[in-house]
Design a protein around this ligand. Sequence first.
Ligand SMILES: [Zn+2]
Length: 312
Amino acid sequence: MSNLAAQDNAALTSPPILQYHPQFKQIGPRDIILQADDEARLCFHFDLARLLPISSFFADLANPLPSDLIDNTPLYPLIDTTSAGLALFLSAIESLSSAEPFRTKQSISGPPLAQIVLEAALIGRRYDTPVITRLLCELQPHDPMQDMETRLAMPFALWALAGVADQIADAARATARCDTFDIINIPSYMFDILQNWVPVHWMGLQGLHLRRASAGSRFYQACLSTRPSRFRACEACEAGGVDGAEIFGREAYHAYSARDMEALLKRGLGISCRECRGSLEEVLRVQLAWFREFTQKYDFVTSYAQWIARFR
Ligand SMILES: [Zn+2]
């Protein structure tokens, strides 16, 4: 056998050299080895007993084959995991047995913490560990590096990846309630993950924000279609020539988005007379109810024409 062939044989039979994450280098008596599948392929010693009660994936793990053993410790490569995401995921699981709330530091180099949080959430989704969502939600507000869009869209992304319907809707509405939130400013890594893993929820969130962008002018059109002429000013206003419907109409014409219109509604429809305001709100009762649903519901919402048909 040539020297070269002998070297090749040695490379084939010798165990691979594993790189361990510094925090998970130490091996404990019941540990297994988990390996990320990104370029770094970092390995993590972890106590399997900690994963069994919280993950049906790990609870159903098949017995290791002899070829899976590294010095008698089974090694499980976890597909679709990043090394940073797996480190955060396992740190979060470790925190379950600590009295302290789960915290982690933003690393100076590497991807932003919010991206690693999403990678850890994906591991929880793939390996059926639902508790991770709550732990990551708790961690989230303590990251000072975040911009508005990341901070508000993150709970939505975490609950969407976990598939918890009520929480998804609440988180979606929270993004819509914020005056300065702009969906086009969410970070690209979050956009990619939402689009690839939970496209229906991502479409739902976009739908909500698209609707809100046009809601002001749609509401204005809906108001016109209801014959605002049904409105009668109070005696004092009528005598003074003050027409509440006209005042509201003038301002509403320029309120294109839900935000603009909501501000106008908050200012009492721009009408200072209490009695007239009450009368106009009564005339526009159905339109106002539709506007609230159209701008706040995280779900498929019908057009005004379809919606009004229910009342006929
Ligand atoms: Zn009046």
